[in-house]
Every structure is written in C-alpha cells, then in structure tokens.
Design a protein around this ligand. Structure first.
Ligand SMILES: CC(C)(COP(=O)(O)OP(=O)(O)OC[C@H]1O[C@@H](n2cnc3c(N)ncnc32)[C@H](O)[C@@H]1OP(=O)(O)O)[C@@H](O)C(=O)NCCC(=O)NCCS
Length: 113
C-alpha cells in the first residue's frame, strides 16, 4: 500500500506463482492521485520485492482495451508474452474502454537480471 496522511492512495497485490515467478495483481491508484508517477513507483516496488524473494520473472495481465495500462507496463520494460483470446468474452457485462470491446487478456513479463 502507498499511504499519504493516513489515506491509502495506491495498492497492489504480489502473488508468488512459483519459485521463479511473481504476479502483480489489483494494481490501483486513487483517482485524484493518478498521472503523478505513483503507478510506476508501485510497479518498481513490486519488481524490487520480487527480486528480494529471488524471483526471476514478474508477470502482469490486462485487457486488450486497457491502452493506458499497456503503455504503463511497457514503459516499465514489461514485454508482451501471451494473448489469451476470448478471456473476457463470458463476463456478464461487456467491458468497453477507449471505445474498444475488451475480449482478450494480454499477459506481460518483466525479466529480472
Ligand atoms: C493504471 C494506474 C494504476 C496507473 O497509475 P498512475 O499513477 O496514473 O500511473 P503513472 O502516473 O505512474 O504513469 C506512468 C506512465 O504510464 C503512462 N500512463 C498511465 N496511465 C495512462 C493512460 N491511461 N494512458 C496513457 N498512458 C498512461 C503515463 O503517461 C506515465 O508515463 P510517463 O512516465 O512517460 O509520463 C491507474 O490509472 C489506475 O489505478 N487505474 C485504474 C485501475 C487499473 O486499471 N489497474 C490496472 C489493472 S490491469
């Protein structure tokens, strides 16, 4: 958690997938705190904690329509490794972002050297 004046302004969950791999989940920054570098700082924090745990890879997933998130992760040197087609097709409500229907899960990976 990122905390400012006793208020939570950013969160993420780091899940150990196996001995070598961690996954960042549920990354979120409070709306009025976005666009100031906190998302990037949280991702760097997650990478550092993963390295401290001896992991070699950090993975993260997002939808094909999440253009901002895809920009952010690639700016943090994650690379696209997998596309799970139709992952979101059976969600009860359609998800539309940036005028694009969210259908596929894009998986990205950061290699720790
Ligand atoms: C995604 C999220 C965590 C980003 O947090 P943030 O604090 O606004 O991100 P930052 O300010 O650190 O941005 C880092 C970089 O990503 C880019 N970026 C972030 N959001 C972007 C967007 N919507 N469109 C384009 N670029 C974006 C910024 O331009 C910035 O690049 P720069 O360093 O070259 O200027 C935040 O928007 C959020 O909480 N969204 C809702 C929850 C969510 O979608 N979580 C991800 C689930 S997959």
């Amino acid at each position: 958690m990122a905390v400012e004046k006793e208020e939570i302004i950013g969160v993420y969950v780091l899940v150990k997938k196996d001995e070598n791999k961690m996954e960042i989940m549920n990354l979120a920054v409070r709306e009025n705190k976005r666009g100031q570098g906190l998302g990037k700082a949280l991702i760097h924090d997650a990478i550092q904690r993963s390295a401290d745990h001896g992991a070699k890879k950090v993975v993260i997933g997002t939808g094909n329509s999440s253009l901002g998130q895809l920009a952010l992760y690639q700016k943090c040197h994650f690379r696209i490794t997998e596309i799970i087609e139709g992952f979101f097709d059976n969600y009860p409500e359609p998800i539309i972002e940036n005028g694009i229907l969210c259908r596929d899960m894009i998986r990205l990976c950061y290699e720790i050297d």
